[in-house]
Design a protein around this ligand. Structure first.
Ligand code: C2E
Ligand code: CA
Ligand code: CA
Length: 405
């Protein structure tokens, strides 16, 4: 039984099925998901073009994924560690770009669509047939997903153009210092002024941006824009207002992130101690060695480092010792039930205590009422943020708010 196809050098259908069994077992253990994606040219193609297509497809997936020659001119991909069906949409789109000729793609998901490898590949073949019959570029086994995926592909196409079209905005949500009652900072939150759909919130496009490799340019733009906005705020003499920018894990993994950030500061002539970055626990843990290097560099510059959504990630607290972190931001899932929920009160108290003993600043997000504010003040939380203080507003509005106060 041949394991590799002599023409393309790719795994054969036999090896593919073997890998699929392993990948499914691994997904079961991790309670994860995977996709089987079949891609086939719409018309006959020459052997040379087929070999070339195979090479390009193999280069388009992650190292842990498998690309095989499934049958005739049909290629099959196992996409592992699937976070959401969107990821399969965007890999399918990438495969369509790479294959070099017009093609159809069929997608089936595990565990949603099937129980066994045979059933799963059967479902993907069914989806490929549907794509052929309907003349569409791709189809999911679940037709509801096909419609949703088509919307997302259109949105991704628009997003690619959004920066150039000047459609991205930053809104600023105030951060209040409890001891003084003053606004001491703001978190920059991204908005997309879409020409057709109106003002879109990050939950509609951040994930798409990450999957389509647009998060790096969008994130760089946000850093630059936030620095420019903050530099323009006319602060009261005694305490300049700081700006906080969310940084996505993929931005962090760019080799030149520290340089990008320095350039943003220099371009806006903003002192480094006026900038904070917010990163999630999970992004700290993705590549701890590399991240530590970047954070040390940012710390030396004087940029503040806040761990966002604290308590919801892996909570491998060892990073608090390894990384030069300045502040913890208590996630709003713990803040919302305050002050009546004893468990949440205990968790919030513990995080504040931990921050105190590690000499870190502590911020609570999602504060919506006086009772929560009072609880946090009494427990010694440094700063709060939430609709109780104010929602995120356009830069001019925020500037007016601090100029007056
Ligand atoms: P996040 O970093 O946790 O940001 C806080 C989110 O909570 C914001 O949602 C904010 O509008 C919302 N929020 C603020 N106060 C309250 C409150 O009192 N109650 C409730 N229920 N919500 C409140 P938004 O603007 O929709 O942003 C959602 C997420 O999108 C952010 O969560 C962040 O993870 C991401 N995001 C936003 N802008 C950027 C960006 O420039 N770069 C990156 N990488 N991610 C961003
Ligand atoms: Ca944040
Ligand atoms: Ca948060």
């Amino acid at each position: 039984m041949a394991l590799y196809d002599p023409l393309t050098g790719l795994p054969t259908r036999e090896l593919f099925c073997d890998r699929l069994r392993q990948s499914m077992a691994r997904a079961d253990r991790r309670k994860g998901a995977l996709a089987v994606i079949l891609a086939a040219p719409t018309a006959e193609i020459e052997q040379g073009a087929l070999a070339e297509a195979g090479k390009r497809l193999a280069g388009a997936v992650r190292r842990t994924d498998t690309v095989a020659r499934f049958a005739g001119t049909t290629f099959a991909v196992i996409q592992t560690d699937l976070d959401s069906f969107d990821a399969a949409t965007f890999l399918a789109q990438k495969l369509l770009d790479e294959i070099g000729v017009d093609a159809h793609v069929g997608i089936a998901l595990y565990p949603d669509d099937a129980d066994t490898p045979k059933q799963l590949t059967g479902r993907a073949e069914g989806a490929l047939d549907t794509a052929r019959k309907t003349g569409s570029t791709f189809a999911f086994h679940d037709s509801k997903l096909t419609a949703e995926a088509e919307d997302n592909v259109r949105l991704a196409r628009d997003l690619r153009n959004a920066l150039a079209a000047n459609e991205m905005r930053l809104h600023y949500q105030p951060k209040l210092e409890l001891s003084s009652g003053r606004i001491v900072g703001a978190e920059a939150l991204m908005r997309w002024q879409h020409p057709k759909h109106g003002m879109l919130m990050p939950d509609t496009f951040i994930q798409i941006a990450e999957e389509c490799e647009l998060m790096v340019p969008l994130g760089r733009w946000a850093l630059e824009q936030a620095c420019r906005d903050a530099a323009s705020w006319t602060q009261k003499a005694d305490e300049p207002v700081r700006v906080a920018v969310n940084v996505a894990p993929v931005q962090f993994e760019e080799a030149n992130f520290a340089e990008t950030l320095e350039a943003a500061l220099a371009g806006a002539t903003l002192p480094a101690d006026r900038l904070e970055i917010e990163i999630t626990e999970s992004s700290l843990m993705r590549d701890p060695e590399a991240v530590a290097g970047v954070l040390v560099r940012l710390g030396q510059l004087g940029v503040g480092i806040t761990v966002d959504d604290f308590g919801t990630g892996y909570s491998a607290l060892i990073y608090l010792r390894r990384f030069p972190v300045d502040a913890l931001k208590i996630d709003r899932v713990f803040v919302a039930p305050l002050p009546d929920s004893p468990n949440d009160a205990a968790i919030v108290r513990a995080i504040i205590g931990l921050s105190r003993s590690l000499n870190l600043k502590v911020i609570a997000e999602g504060v919506v009422n006086d009772a929560q504010r009072e609880f946090l003040r009494a427990e010694g939380c440094d700063e709060i943020q939430g609709f109780h203080i104010g929602e995120a507003v356009p830069a001019e509005e925020f500037a007016a708010m601090i100029a007056g106060g």
